[in-house]
Design a protein around this ligand. Sequence first.
Ligand code: MSP
Length: 648
Amino acid sequence: MSKKTTVCTAIPYVNSVPHIGNILTDLSGDITARYFRMRGQDVFFQVGTDENGLKIKEAAEAQGRDPHEFVGEIASRFQSIFDATQISYDDFIRTTEPRHVKASQELFRRLKANGHVYLGKYEGWYDVSTETFYREEDLVEGKSPDGNEVRWVSEDNYFFQLSSFGDRLLRHIEENPSFIQPPNRRNEVISFIKQGLRDICITRKNPGWGIPVPDHEELVIYVWFDALINYIAATGWPDEGWEDKWPAKVQWVGKDILTRFHATLWPAMLLGIGLPLFETVAAHGWVLLAGEKISKSKGNVVRPLELAEEFSAKAGISPELAIDVLRHYLTATMSLENDSTFTYEDFDQRYNSDLANDLGNALNRTLSMAHKFVGGAVPSDEVEAEAIDAIQRAKDAFAAAMTEYQIPKASEAAMGLVRFLNKYIDTRAPWALAKNSDPALGSVLRSMLLCIRSAEGLMRIFIPTASDAIASQFNLPGLTQWDEIGTNASLPSGTPLGQPQPIFPRLEIQKGSSAKSAKEAAPKKEKAPAPSQPMQTETQSTITIEDFMKVELRVARVIEAEPVEGSDKLLKLQLDIDGEKRQVVAGIRANYSAEDLIGRQVVMVFNLKPAKLRGVESQGMLLAATDSDGGAILLQPDRETPEGAKVR
Ligand code: MSP
């Protein structure tokens, strides 16, 4: 069997269903696993659940449930949430499974045989909520440093000689700068170890739940000690074949469980039985809600599927695409160094700015113009150097970010390519090239198509469903291999392109509301247009030339056009007026489609006071004649005119 690239994730407790903070650990693992697969590596990606804690037994009992049945149910809910959020795991390990029990007992035996475990009396405080031991001096006003209730424990127990591993751990961290990511966490771990590691109590009196200590059935293995072993239990250790999957390339954890557990205790356990250490432990910050860590015990949770379902209804997109929105939001806003704050408003806004606007416009403009200007098939012309450079820059930045497990920076690199494309379209102005029969038109269109195709590949690890939708609008299979991204082979000339279909329609965000539920965001009734004024006679009112000159009329170019959500009359246009951008909402949808307008010149009232139509700001008005049915006939300069030219 080939050597695997193993990606591990901290396994959540099963005392309750997961929130978006828990999901972040698994999502980080998923993004990493998908990236390595894209790079052609044979990945083994582990996830699972931590089921042996005392608090889990107590949670089951509080509900009058049998603990086995209770954990089984919650574990399968975790599994179905991982499936629904597209966590592409290869193995879901539960710490109540026989393979995990066997590995835990064997590791215990070997540590003991190697002289790293001894029997002693444990007296101290225990925080059931985080399954952590504390000394008297660690307590803050009689509670754990996290503010949880603690209980006094006095038992004969086994201890692990963690104190004897400090120097070896420090040496390893110093010799392997990428052992702990990000670097600020590495410094925290170093100073923690330098303060001196204490031996740790690794058993508890058997409460009828947990993994029995070999030859001492009256004791169970301390839950943290057993949970860490899941990483090698999942490889099949101690049975044959585990070496293909170990050492892990990376282990993902949240910052709260890095220092005491994953960067000290776990590597010391591995050193104690002579197993190689994982290459990197990467820690992400917390997701905060209203300034506090989202936490099951605090009850301030946002659940991933509920959030996605609500958003799917509100934005009118499929539940699978709403999962992509969640994946994009969490990975784009997460931080390894700091915490990030979740708000519903921010969630909506990021959807609009990144997915509906930047990605949606780039895709829509590119496909519309390919249909309008080059017959709806991929042209065979050369890609312009500017676009080749932009794609290469995005790939390099993406790969550099992933080397350091900087997921938000990789996301930014992919979005950067999309933003480049929108600017490129503005500056290369294919509509002008078409008007002037410029031979560069084919190259510009091919460059645009290649940028979007490459962005589809780069964004695939974050938003797999949307990437598939983009690929299918290109009539091409999804781009799944890193080396193909940006190549000519990824975009065969002559491929017939589909019509652009909006993947992420723009969301109408109501100011001041968190836009939390579908009901709150239900489309407002469209206001009836103001009745038109009766035609005025000369005697009723005339204006002077000075009056007329107050109206500033200018030539503008339509660079983007899209329907206003929920309205069958309005189109939202982005206009270019000699480098200045204006957004204008026009009631011309009955007579013009968005595609008809892109690239076309129009005449606009430039100094009209901005107004909102269906909640969308309009910064001007287009001039149109009215046909016999009251429909609009847009005015257009008689011949190509420089944008911004005054009309009088
Ligand atoms: N069971 C232990 C891990 C054992 S690993 C051998 C545990 N479970 S947990 O359910 O509390 O947390 C699971 C993961 O979710 C951890 O990586 C933890 O850091 C992460 N998060 C829990 N709450 C979080 C936030 N509010 N924000 C981000 N991640 C946080 O710890």
